[in-house]
Every structure is written in C-alpha cells, then in structure tokens.
Design a protein around this ligand. Structure first.
Ligand SMILES: NC(=O)c1ccc[n+]([C@@H]2O[C@H](COP(=O)([O-])OP(=O)(O)OC[C@H]3O[C@@H](n4cnc5c(N)ncnc54)[C@H](O)[C@@H]3O)[C@@H](O)[C@H]2O)c1
Length: 313
C-alpha cells in the first residue's frame, strides 16, 4: 500500500502545491483545512484524488481524526500573518501553537512516523549578520515569529522525548501561483504583479532597498519531499530559501520586465518592525537533505505571472 500523507492547510497557498505534487506522484493524500484563509478552489481539479476534511486543528478531536492511519504529516496550517498576530495574539496563538501541539500529540498517539513542520525565517528577526544560519539564536520580533519558533521547539521536543521524526523547514519569503493578491496580509509579489497588470501604482514601505531571499514555491515543495525521506533529517531545523537576496526595487524592475510595463512607485514610511535584510544560508539543507533550489526568482516570476493571467482569463 502507498504511503498515506496528511497535508494540513492543504487548501492554502503552499499546502495546495504540496498536495498537487503528492497526487501527481500517485500518493494517497488527506487534507485538513478550516478554510480560514484557504480556498477549496485551489484543489478543485483534485477532488477525486484527495480526502478532504474541513476542521480546525485547535480542536483535538479534529487532530485525532486526521492523524489516524497516516504515515507522514506536512504541517502547513497556520495564520501566517505578522500584522494579524500583532492585532490578535491570542487567536493566532491558537492557530499557530495550540493547533501544532494538538497535532503533534495526536501524531504521537497514532504512531505517525514523520512530521514536517512549516517554520519561518521570521525566527531570525532583524539580526545584522547575513546570511542567516540555523546556528544563530532566534530573535522573534512579533507574536507570529515567536509562535512559529515555539512550534519548532515543540517539534524538537517530540523528537527527543517520543522519537516522533520531526523536521522543521524555515521558509524564506515564498511566492508562486495561487498566492492571494487580494488578501489584506498578502505577500508583496502577488500584490505587485496584480497592481502592475492593472496599471495601478504600487506602494513600497521604506526606500525599497530592503532585501529578501524570495523563494519560488516549487523549491519549498521539493524541500518538503526530501525532508520526508532523508534518514538524517529528524530533529533538525533547515533554512529553505534560494541563498540569494534581491531588493524590493530590483524586484519591481524584474516584474516590469516580465510584464513589459513601467510602474509608478509610491514610497511610504517604513513599517516599524520590518526586517531590513534577509538571506538564507542553505548549506545545511544542501548537505543533509540534498536540497538545491531549481527555480530562481526571475523564472519563478514568469510562471507566477503566467498563472495569474490564465486564472484571469
Ligand atoms: N508564505 C510564506 O512566505 C511563508 C514563509 C514562512 C513560513 N510560512 C509558513 O508556511 C505555511 C503555509 O503558509 P501559506 O503562505 O501557504 O499560508 P496560507 O494562509 O495560504 O495557508 C495556511 C492554511 O492553513 C489553514 N488553517 C489556518 N489555521 C488552521 C487551523 N487552525 N486548522 C486547520 N487549518 C488551518 C488556512 O485556512 C490556510 O488554508 C504556514 O505555516 C506559514 O507560517 C509561509
């Protein structure tokens, strides 16, 4: 019988790409999502191949139900918004910490073999040193960042105490098709692409010289699959990025080139708590997981624009 996978948050941006890849590989996939930010539309052509359970993982009856009979879990479910966590630390703690602990406990009891956790580069905060390596101490600057670090620590503890094979992947600024450009909390790339396609101006907070290690979603999916298989991965935390950073001003130029348009940029006051530069050291993931980013920013932007145009038409 083939491995049975659970993808939590499978109706979300990253989760749905992971589900699609697993289904393509012929795996049996169960998805749980409470549809808070997720959209079932992302899975509509996969309905026949996926077992979908609508439920909230902060409810332990749901986590028990979905962990049953599963061999490997990809835990993507979260409320991935710094701003929302600042506005409502309690509700986001429930989604990001309580739900994670419930799921770890359900997995331990159900005898799940491996548990891959979607951690976040926000763990590093605004440390001056670049690139960020996993050996640096976390310095979370928002409830969201802290909640994601707590999730990692619980994962490590479940490996040390109970030998549940947990692996944490710290994603760096993920982008790609089906990322929601209209959400209040949306990442800059879908927001910029949709504004530029509609010939609207874009707003940049700060001088645009802040930089990020933007990571195309297929690279993140690859990293998850590797983390589910490699013997030496459990108990560890890995950076998952491209190992290259670009500034927002460069990013805008790239999007202009891909779309063949010119932009009007409005520079507004920098947001407090905004990290100035972010860059992943991916040496550990390369060495232990065999991870190597296959799609770099410009190619990823082309695929994202194409997908957004197809969706519109
Ligand atoms: N997008 C990024 O750049 C990025 C960077 C670092 C880490 N991450 C992490 O990756 C994961 C996926 O992020 P995304 O960008 O795809 O976000 P997303 O909002 O598109 O997906 C999250 C999914 O989880 C679901 N969900 C939320 N709370 C739930 C709960 N209590 N029970 C069941 N389902 C619940 C939502 O409905 C949604 O479908 C998150 O854990 C996030 O913290 C994302």
């Amino acid at each position: 019988m083939s491995t049975r996978y659970l993808v939590t948050g499978g109706a979300g941006f990253i989760g749905s790409h992971l589900v699609r890849k697993l289904v393509t590989e012929g795996a049996a996939v169960r998805v749980v999502d409470n549809l808070s930010t997720g959209q079932l539309d992302r899975l509509k052509d996969l309905q026949e191949s996926v077992e979908f359970i609508e439920g909230d993982l902060a409810d332990d009856r749901v986590s028990d139900e979905v962990a049953d009979g599963v061999e490997c879990v990809f835990h993507q479910a979260a409320v991935p918004s710094v701003q929302r966590s600042v506005d409502d630390p309690i509700a986001t703690n429930r989604a990001n910490v309580t739900a994670t602990l419930n799921l770890l406990e359900s997995c331990r009891r159900a005898g799940v073999r491996r548990f891959i956790y979607a951690a976040s580069s926000s763990a590093y905060g605004d440390t001056e040193v670049l690139p960020k390596t996993e050996a640096m101490s976390p310095n979370p600057l928002s409830p969201y960042a802290l909640q994601k670090v707590v999730g990692e620590r619980y994962c490590k503890l479940y490996f040390d105490l109970y030998r549940l094979e947990t692996v944490s992947l710290r994603y760096f600024n993920v982008f790609g098709p089906s990322q929601d450009p209209y959400s209040e909390y949306s990442a800059v790339i879908p927001k910029f692409i949709s504004a530029l396609s509609a010939k609207k101006s874009i707003t940049v907070y700060g001088d645009g010289e802040q930089s990020r290690d933007f990571t195309y979603v297929d690279n993140v999916v690859d990293a998850n699959l590797l983390a589910s298989k490699v013997d030496d991965a459990p108990g560890k935390v890995f950076n998952i990025g491209c190992g290259k950073r670009i500034t927002l001003n460069n990013l805008i130029q790239l999007i202009e080139r891909v779309l063949g348009v010119e932009s009007t940029v409005i520079y507004a006051e920098a947001k407090s708590g905004d990290v100035r530069h972010s860059l992943a050291d991916i040496a550990l993931a390369r060495r232990i997981l065999g991870y190597s980013p296959k799609i770099m920013v410009e190619e990823g932007l082309r695929s994202t624009v194409e997908a957004m145009e197809n969706r519109r038409s």
